[in-house]
Ligand binder design. Structure first.
Ligand code: SF4
Length: 375
């Protein structure tokens, strides 16, 4: 299959990994952050860590939208929805994310009308079919999913559907990267730039990272060869003492982004002055809110929002893992109290969460190896 087979070709992968070994200076230790949760998942799924030289360390970034959502926002959304005439609609990967008073699925078990949808447009359809109910779509995601929420709000307004609202938790990737670079305990050599987000925003928004911070950025695809090629491109820049933004994912990411998607986002959303990120704290201008012209469809204006603040359980180290300071297995709860079956933090729930990816691929692999050695 085009775009899959050729990017998983074992011969090309071997050649790329040999090139990485040739380019990596054995006297250096490289710390490269993959910003996107989809990249973290691919790195563990395809075992890419095992074919890299030991002096190339991949640091997992904050690009999993479910993982960076503070628990208080989940509680706020579920509190609003916990009325007899309300329906809470969200993507499937939100359903098991724990809030302080339980996950959406646990609230469903307690009688709350919680529905899984595949798009915000599905939630709007539920509103049209249930005119006696108020449907709230719990919107999450980076710029990747924000355009579909914007289009749905435009459609709700055009059709005059008043029993539909959006609880907006859309966040923007660039301020999060800035917060990581400002973090005193973080030393990075370069970035594997996010693939999905860049299909919408393009590559230009990363240019300041190269210009002001002197770090190269390579926007990457998600197949094994994509990621290895991106590392080759980063090593070439680092070896030459350069810092530029390059686009490895040209087959999908336009340099200038998707103008139509950016236009609908600008029509419906504006930047919030600040927003709380799990693990990163409050970051200015890092999230989207609904503009006044769509206020009638904004759940935060239609309903009273408790603005719950919830601290993570003390022993959970989600914040450090999210910032890339700790590896998933270094969290004290990893694989013991916190597993995909019984998650404590969101990083263990979402398929893009680094703890879930590490558990499902690395941890299980080491368990199988240990069991085979004992048997
Ligand atoms: S193992 Fe669980 S508690 Fe620890 S960082 Fe990962 S998700 Fe958070």
């Amino acid at each position: 299959m085009r775009f899959v087979d050729e990017f998983r070709d074992p011969e090309l992968i071997t050649r790329a990994s040999e090139e990485i070994r040739r380019l990596a200076d054995p006297t250096r230790h490289y710390r490269i952050m993959e910003v996107c949760g989809g990249h973290t998942h691919a790195i563990y799924r395809f075992g890419l860590k095992d074919i890299l030289p030991e002096n190339i360390e991949l640091i997992h970034g904050p690009g999993c939208p479910v993982c960076v959502l503070p628990m208080g926002r989940i509680d706020d959304g579920l509190t609003i929805a916990h009325e007899p005439d309300r329906i809470f609609a969200a993507f499937g990967d939100m359903m098991r994310v724990p809030g302080a008073k339980g996950s959406p699925l646990e609230h469903k078990a307690r009688g709350c009308d919680v529905r899984i949808v595949y798009s915000p447009a599905d939630a709007l359809e539920i509103a049209k079919k249930n005119p006696d109910k108020e449907v709230m779509f719990f919107a999450i995601g980076f710029e990747t999913t924000a355009p579909s929420t914007a289009l749905t709000l435009m459609s709700a307004k055009k059709q005059g559907i008043k029993n539909f609202t959006v609880f907006c938790n859309h966040v923007t990737i660039v301020p999060a990267i800035r917060a990581i670079l400002d973090s005193p305990d973080m030393r990075l050599d370069g970035f594997i730039g996010p693939g999905h987000v860049s299909t919408v925003i393009g590559c230009r928004p990363y240019e300041w990272i190269a210009r002001n911070e002197g770090k190269p950025v390579v926007t990457s695809g998600f197949e094994p060869l994509d990621l290895l090629q991106s590392i080759v491109m980063l090593l070439r820049q680092l070896g030459a003492g350069e810092a530029r933004v390059e686009n490895q994912y040209k087959r999908v990411v336009p340099w200038e982004g998707n103008r139509a998607a950016l236009k609908v986002m600008a029509e419906v959303f504006e930047l919030r002055p600040y927003f709380e990120w799990r693990g990163l704290g409050f970051i200015s201008q890092s999230a989207l809110r609904i503009r006044d012209t769509y206020a009638d469809w904004d759940a935060e204006r239609r309903y009273s929002v408790p603005e719950t603040r919830v601290a993570d359980p003390k022993s959970a180290q989600c914040g450090e893992v999210l910032k890339g300071v700790l590896k998933p297995a270094q969290c004290k709860l990893f694989g013991k109290e916190c597993t995909p079956e019984h998650p404590i933090g969101a990083l263990m729930v979402s398929s893009e969460g680094s703890c879930a990816a590490y558990y499902n691929y690395e941890h299980r692999k080491s368990l199988v190896t240990t069991i085979s050695a004992v048997a």
